[in-house]
Ligand binder design. Structure first.
Ligand SMILES: CC(=O)[C@@H](O)[C@H](O)COP(=O)(O)O
Ligand SMILES: NCC(=O)COP(=O)(O)O
Length: 257
């Protein structure tokens, strides 16, 4: 592979592809397929702006060697692409931050055994223990994003502990669509984003975003710099392939204006 120097400069929201579920399928046999690296290269070739992984402590999907290999691949072949590593900073995430210094670390308050991420940080309860780890990651040159529920009143506290960004946990939005609460829930996400921006934070979003709900979300919620999408993306890629799926999600972002 040669170095891909095509500019990754873009306006609007960046698409970061989460490869957890490629690794989940791979891990069901000892054959090394589907390849996480091939998935990353193909999605990046198709125009994705970044790669996200969530190496959980039980290595149910993304393993430590995946994180190291993706970090090396992006650094060597994709200088303009962002690598976002998610995890609980009180479990295994800081080891990756210290060793690999990814562009971004997304702090997620998951327990070691929970089936998926299902809540954000809370303040003031989490502030004292988060502050030094956020400072350490930033001192290493790593942008820190805190996984947060859409709670406008929590955004100033997220800024106060040193976060650069918040990632709005969007499962609640996805689940509300088609219900009587849909408009109110989407309005809450917009209010949370405005509160984050007013506090001096940048805004990411993720969890259960899909081709069905992405454009509506980005039209309603201001200032979203990055969406990280994995489960629906990989499901779509099983039917459409990585290239067409990447281009389809980029089109959803473009249609948001
Ligand atoms: C933090 C978050 O919402 C997702 O990024 C997370 O990576 C999902 O984890 P699973 O892929 O293990 O469900
Ligand atoms: N931070 C969200 C993410 O990376 C992927 O979440 P999902 O699309 O797998 O739900």
């Amino acid at each position: 592979m040669n170095t891909h120097t095509t500019s990754r400069k873009h306006t609007g929201t960046a698409l970061s592809v989460n490869l957890n579920k490629v690794a989940l399928v791979r891990n069901t046999r000892e054959l090394g397929i589907p390849s996480v690296l091939f998935a990353a290269a193909t999605c990046l070739d198709a125009g994705a702006h970044g790669i996200t992984v969530h190496p959980r402590p039980d290595a149910r999907h993304i393993r430590a060697e995946d994180v190291h290999q993706l970090s090396a691949l992006i650094a060597k072949e994709w200088p303009g692409v962002e690598f976002n590593v998610e995890g609980n900073p009180f479990h295994n995430l800081m080891d990756f931050v210290r060793e690999l210094r990814p562009h971004q670390a997304t702090f997620v308050p998951d327990s070691e055994t929970q089936s998926t991420s299902d809540h954000g940080w809370t303040f003031p309860e989490d502030a004292a223990r988060l502050r030094p780890l956020i400072a350490e990651a930033k001192a290493l040159g790593v942008r820190v994003s805190l996984f947060m529920d859409p709670e406008p009143e929590m955004m100033a506290a997220a800024k106060a502990v040193g976060a650069d960004r918040v990632e709005l946990y969007t499962e609640g939005y996805a689940a509300s669509r088609g219900t009587s609460r849909a408009d109110a829930v989407l309005a809450l996400y917009a209010e949370a984003a405005r509160a984050a921006l007013a506090a001096g934070l940048e805004v990411n979003a993720g969890h259960d975003l899909s081709r069905e709900n992405l454009t509506e979300f980005l039209r309603a919620v201001p200032g979203v710099l990055e969406v990280s999408i994995g489960h629906a993306f990989v499901a779509d890629a099983l039917e459409l392939g990585y290239e067409a799926t990447t281009k389809s999600y980029l089109q959803c972002i473009a249609e948001a204006g």
